[in-house]
Design a protein around this ligand. Structure first.
Ligand code: GDG
Length: 729
C-alpha cells in the first residue's frame, strides 16, 4: 500500500505568530489528539489548514511548509476571509446547528455555500499536488463533505474514505438544507463512508434513497458504476495514554493538590467546549435543583465545570458564555456558604495532566450534551479511573451512549432524570461502580483509537477490492469491442432482451413504462438485420407486450416464461399445463399486504400474482415483503407454487415456470453462432444459467450474478445495442 493521506480542516499542529516568530503547537480537539499517535506510526501524510493566512508572505509559507513536512504534515493555505465565510459561517452556522438538531439556529446563505465549495476545491488542489498512485485518502468531517467527489473527478481511480465526526441527522432535518443533494453526491464520491453509530448511517442511507433514489443492500449503495459502502465505526480513544498518565507522579501530585482543596467533598465533573449542543445550561439548572432537593449534599459536594472557549466570534456563543456566567453566579450565590463554593467554574483549556487529575478525582462525570456525534470526554474519564471507582452519567443523545450501556443514561430535557441520576451515582456502592467500570473499560481498551483507525482502513481496502472485482466483471471497453466483433462476424444470432430495467428504467407504475421511440427503433433495426432473432423476455402480461411490440418482427416471452410467442405466429403458446385456481386463495393475502403498506398494489396476470411495492417507503416495503414471503410459504408448498422476491416485488406463480425454460424453445429450434442475453433481475438468472457456455450473458446493475458480465445501467445497454448496428471498422 502507498501512503495514507489524512485530510481534515485543521492539522494536528497549529501555527501561531507571537512577536513576529512562528510557533508550532499541538491542535486541540478529539480528532487531532485521537489520531495523532496513529498517524505517526503509519506511513501517513496529514493535509489540512495550519492556521496560516494564504496572504502571508511566500517566505513565511515556505518556512511553515518545510517545518510541517518534517512532521509529515502538508499545509493547505486559506485566506482569513475564506475561513470566516467557509468555517465561521457555513460550517458553524449552517451545518453544525442543523446536524445537531438545532434547525432554529441554522442560517442559509448562498455566499457562504460558495465559500464552502471553494474551500473544498482548495483542499482538492492541495491533494492533487501530493497524491501518488497507490495512496489512500481518508477525509475527515463536515468541513469537507464535497471533497470526495471532487477528488474522484480529478484523480485516476483513487481509494477514498470519509468519516463524519458529528451526527448525520434524520432526513426530516437534512432535507431542510438547500444544498442537500450536492452534499450527498459529494460524500458518495467515497468508497467508504463511516459514522460513529448505525443510527447516523441509517439516516444517511435514508437521505440517499430519498434524494437520489439509490437503494442500499447491507450498507452498500450502487451509484452509477461504483459502489459506496456505509458503515459504523465508533471512534475510540488512546486508552493507554489516559490510563498511563493517570498513574504518573505529576498527576498523583495534582490529585493530592485537588484532595487538599476539596477535602472530603464529593466531586462532580464536566468538560466541554463552549457550545449550545453540550447542554451546559440544562446541566447547571439540574445541579441547582439537585442541591435544593438534597440539602444533605450542601457543603459536601463540588461541581467542577470546565468550559473550553470556542467560536467566540459567533454571537450565539458569546451569548451562551454570558448565560453560563450568570447561571453559575446565581447558583453559587444562592447555595454557597463561607468556605464552600458549589460550582468551580473554569473557562479555559486545562493542561493535559491537570485534565487527567480531574478525571481521577471526580466521583461522577456528568456529561449531558443535547446532541453529540460521539463524546470522547466520557471515554477518557472511564480510561483514567485506574482505581476502579467513578460513575459516568451520559445523555442518551451522545453517540457514546450506544456503546456505554453500563453508564447511567439520561434524557437531557428531563431535569428530574438528571437530578435522580446524580443521586443514584453519588450513592452507588463501590462494588457496583467497579463492575460497571470494568465492563466499559474492557471494551474501550480493546476498541481503542488505533483499532478504530485500522478497522476503518481495512474496511476501506476491502471495499476498494470489491470495486476492483466488480470492475473485472463490468463489461469494459475491450470486452465490449470483442462482443461487437463476434456479433458482426456471426450469421445466426439470437438475442434475449429483458424489458423493464434493461431497455428502460423502472417507473413507479408499470403501465407507465411505455417504450420510448428510441427503444422501438432500435429493436426494429436489430430485428430486421438478416440472421437476427430477437426474443423479448418480460414479466409483463401478453396483452401489454402485443400492444407495445406487436408491430415489430420480434419473438416474445410473457409472464416470466408462462407464455411464448415466436415471431410471425398468430397465437401465444402456454409453456405447459398450468393452473390458476390457486389465485383465489392467494389473492386475499396479497390484498391484505397492499392495504397495510401504503403505495403498494397487487398486479394480476394469467398465471401469477404480483405484489408490487416500488412506490412504498422502502424500509416498510422490505419488512412487509419478508413477512409476506413467510406468510405464503406454508400455503404454497401444498399448491405447487413458487414465491419469488424480486426487485420491489413478491411474485407467486406455478412451480417450474421461468424464462430459462422458455428460452430453451429457441435454443432447440436451430443452431446459432452468436447468443446474447441481457437482463436486470433474478428472473433473468434462469436464462443466464440455461444458455450454452459460448453465450454472452450480461446482468444490468452491479450485483452478483450467474451472468458473465455486469453493466451498470439501462442506458449502457442501449449504447451497446446501438454499437452492434454500427458498421464493422
Ligand atoms: C467532534 C464531535 C466527537 C477538552 N477540554 C480540554 C481538552 N479537551 C479534549 C478532550 C477530548 C477533546 O478535547 C474533545 O472531545 P469531543 O469528543 O468533545 O470532540 P470534538 O473535538 O469537540 O468534536 C464529537 C469527536 O469529534 C470525535 O469524533 O466525539 O462528538 O463533535 O479529547 O480531552 N484537552 C485538554 N484540556 C482541556 O481543557 N488538554
Amino acid at each position: 500500500m502507498g501512503r495514507l493521506l489524512i485530510v481534515s480542516n485543521r492539522l494536528p499542529v497549529t501555527v501561531h505568530r507571537k512577536r513576529g516568530q512562528l510557533h508550532f503547537e499541538p491542535s486541540a480537539g478529539g480528532l487531532a489528539t485521537g489520531l495523532s499517535s496513529f498517524y505517526r506510526s503509519y506511513n501517513a501524510l496529514w493535509i489540512g489548514w495550519p492556521g496560516v493566512d494564504r496572504k502571508d508572505s511566500v517566505a513565511t509559507k515556505d518556512e511553515v511548509k518545510e517545518k510541517l513536512l518534517k512532521d509529515n504534515c502538508y499545509p493547505v493555505f486559506l485566506s482569513q476571509k475564506e475561513v470566516d465565510e467557509y468555517y465561521g459561517k457555513f460550517c458553524s452556522t449552517t451545518i453544525w446547528p442543523l446536524f445537531h438538531y438545532f434547525p432554529q439556529y441554522a442560517s442559509y446563505s448562498q455566499s457562504s455555500w460558495h465559500a464552502y465549495e471553494s474551500a473544498n476545491r482548495t483542499f482538492c488542489d492541495a491533494i492533487v499536488e501530493v497524491w501518488e498512485q497507490g495512496d489512500t485518502i481518508w477525509v475527515h468531517d463536515f468541513h469537507l463533505m464535497l471533497l470526495p467527489q471532487m477528488l474522484r473527478e480529478r484523480l485516476p481511480d483513487p481509494t477514498i474514505g470519509f468519516f463524519l465526526h458529528i451526527p448525520f441527522p434524520s432526513i426530516e432535518l437534512f432535507r431542510l438544507l438547500p444544498w442537500r443533494t450536492e452534499i450527498v453526491n459529494g460524500l458518495l464520491g467515497s468508497d467508504l463512508i463511516g459514522f460513529h453509530t448505525w443510527e447516523y448511517a441509517g439516516h444517511f442511507l435514508a437521505s440517499v434513497r430519498f434524494l437520489l433514489g439509490y437503494d442500499s443492500w447491507m450498507g452498500k449503495i450502487v451509484a452509477g458504476d461504483r459502489i459506496s459502502r456505509v458503515d459504523a465505526f465508533p471512534m475510540g480513544i488512546d486508552y493507554e495514554r489516559f490510563a498511563g498518565t493517570a498513574i504518573k507522579p505529576e498527576v498523583e501530585k495534582e490529585v493530592d493538590k485537588l484532595d487538599r482543596s476539596f477535602k472530603d467533598r464529593r466531586v462532580v465533573l464536566s468538560v466541554d467546549r463552549l457550545d449550545y449542543t453540550k447542554g451546559i445550561l440544562r446541566r447547571l439548572q439540574a445541579f441547582g435543583q439537585f442541591l435544593e432537593k438534597n440539602p444533605q449534599y450542601r457543603q459536601n459536594l463540588t461541581f467542577v465545570l470546565v468550559v473550553v472557549p470556542s467560536r467566540t466570534m459567533v454571537a450565539r456563543y458569546a451569548l451562551l458564555k454570558r448565560q453560563i456566567d450568570e447561571m453559575v453566579g446565581a447558583i453559587n450565590g444562592k447555595h454557597g456558604a463561607i468556605g464552600w463554593t458549589p460550582i468551580w467554574y473554569m473557562y479555559r483549556s486545562v493542561p493535559f495532566p491537570s485534565l487527567v487529575a480531574l478525571y481521577r478525582r471526580a466521583d461522577v462525570a456528568l456529561i449531558t450534551p443535547v446532541r453529540d456525534g460521539m463524546n470522547l470526554v466520557a471515554k477518557e474519564y472511564l480510561a483514567s479511573r485506574i482505581d476502579g471507582r467513578g460513575v459516568l452519567i451520559l445523555s442518551e443523545t451522545a453517540g457514546a451512549a450506544k456503546e456505554l450501556g453500563e453508564a447511567l443514561t439520561i434524557n437531557v430535557n428531563n431535569d428530574d432524570d438528571i437530578v435522580n441520576a446524580l443521586k443514584h451515582a453519588l450513592e452507588m456502592p463501590e462494588g457496583e461502580q467497579a463492575e460497571r467500570l470494568r465492563i466499559m473499560q474492557r471494551r474501550l481498551r480493546r476498541y481503542n483509537v488505533q483499532r478504530w483507525a485500522e478497522d476503518f482502513i481495512e474496511t476501506l481496502m476491502a471495499t476498494s477490492r470489491l470495486q476492483e472485482d466488480m470492475g473485472v466483471k463490468t463489461l469494459g471497453t475491450q470486452t465490449r469491442r470483442k462482443l461487437v466483433k463476434c456479433y458482426q462476424q456471426a450469421h445466426r444470432r439470437l438475442l434475449f432482451l429483458d424489458y423493464d430495467g434493461t431497455l428502460v428504467s423502472f417507473v413507479s407504475r408499470p403501465e407507465k413504462a411505455v417504450p420510448p421511440q428510441e427503444v422501438l427503433d432500435l429493436l426494429s433495426t436489430l430485428a430486421s438485420e438478416p440472421g437476427n432473432e430477437i426474443v423479448l423476455t418480460s414479466g409483463r402480461d401478453k396483452e401489454t407486450l402485443d400492444n407495445w411490440f406487436g408491430h415489430l418482427p420480434v419473438s416474445k416471452i410473457a409472464e416470466h416464461g408462462v407464455w411464448l410467442r415466436p415471431r410471425g405466429t398468430e397465437q401465444w403458446e402456454m409453456i405447459g399445463p398450468l393452473t390458476a385456481e390457486w389465485k383465489d386463495e392467494v389473492r386475499p393475502i396479497l390484498e391484505l399486504y397492499a392495504d397495510r403498506t401504503p403505495g403498494s398494489f397487487v398486479e394480476e396476470k394469467d398465471f401469477s400474482l404480483v405484489w408490487q411495492y416500488r412506490r412504498s417507503d422502502s424500509r416498510l416495503g422490505e419488512l412487509r415483503a419478508r413477512e409476506l414471503v413467510l406468510h405464503l410459504e406454508g400455503l404454497t408448498t401444498n399448491l405447487d407454487l413458487q414465491v419469488l422476491e424480486g426487485n420491489k416485488v413478491v411474485e407467486v406463480k406455478n412451480s417450474g415456470v421461468n424464462k430459462g425454460r422458455a428460452a430453451l424453445r429457441w435454443l432447440a429450434a436451430e443452431e446459432h453462432d452468436f447468443i446474447l442475453a441481457i437482463g436486470d433481475d433474478w428472473t433473468d438468472e434462469d436464462t443466464f444459467k440455461g444458455l450454452p457456455d459460448s453465450a454472452w450473458t450480461i446482468r444490468v446493475g452491479l450485483t452478483s450474478t450467474a451472468a458473465k458480465y455486469n453493466i451498470s445501467s439501462h442506458n449502457k445497454v442501449l449504447a451497446l445495442l446501438h454499437e452492434l448496428q454500427a458498421p464493422e471498422d
